[in-house]
Design a protein around this ligand. Sequence first.
Ligand code: PDD
Length: 287
Amino acid sequence: MSRIAYVNGQYLPHGQAVVHVEDRGFQFADGVYEVWSVFDGRLADFDGHLTRLWRSLDELRIDHPMTRQALEMVLKETVRRNRIVEGLVYIQVTRGTARRDHPFPAEGTPPSVVITAKSLPLSKGNALAAKGVAVITQPDIRWGRCDIKTVGLLPNVLAKQAAKERGAAEAWMVDDMGLVTEGSSTNAWIVDEEGKLRTRDAQSNILRGITRAAVMALIAEEGLELEERAFSVDEAKRAREAFYTSATGFVMPAVSIDGVKIGNGKPGPIATRLRALYLEAAERDAI
Ligand code: PDD
């Protein structure tokens, strides 16, 4: 079946789904994005991702492309037209099309909106999670506003490529103090030597992951101890467990960091349990 993309008000076959050469997303990475996972044709953590999209737009003073209700309809329609059962839906909103010039274009320039969807069977992620994945570390060379989900992802792309070239699934980025910030497209977690769950404080320079927030709620429900405090690469390597969270990976156990085995080299019990709980809740609450 052919894929359909939404581009500025139209549903188009992928081959015809294009934006202008002077779209500011293309010229300046002047835009933001969001990713929802799809369960049974329904979108998971719907409000969380939509609220963060609105915040990203507001932080960059990009006009809202439509109302929340209208956007909800278009996202669901894109999923429906692509017949996605398990997969992802992606939206990108840019500051629109204008003659190339750094300052913002004239007021009233409409933002560009692109929405795509793709299938991704849950069984594939589950198989990966059952084995656990390798993680490497890379210096964090990003800008100071990583809390905004912009399409300016070049450092993330380079970090992920470095991971791929070393047979790893993710790169954890490390700040000047030797502390892990987050993954190239995920939030980073450990169960430290004392058995305490740790993830970096989201006031700092990381994306406030929607999956991270959902997992935090599950941790509280389970009565587990969590500390929102950055950890060093050394602490991560000595941890009992390591894992990462995102809308695409859910909760993914990491079994090595820079080639150093974590725990017994198998997915840990806490990460495995949190993955199961997250999937159950996300599927139940998807709309
Ligand atoms: N990435 N940190 C970064 C840098 C991310 O790009 C992402 C998401 C996350 C996790 O956020 P969430 O739980 O809300 O998905 C953390 C998406 C999935 C992507 O770039 O495809």
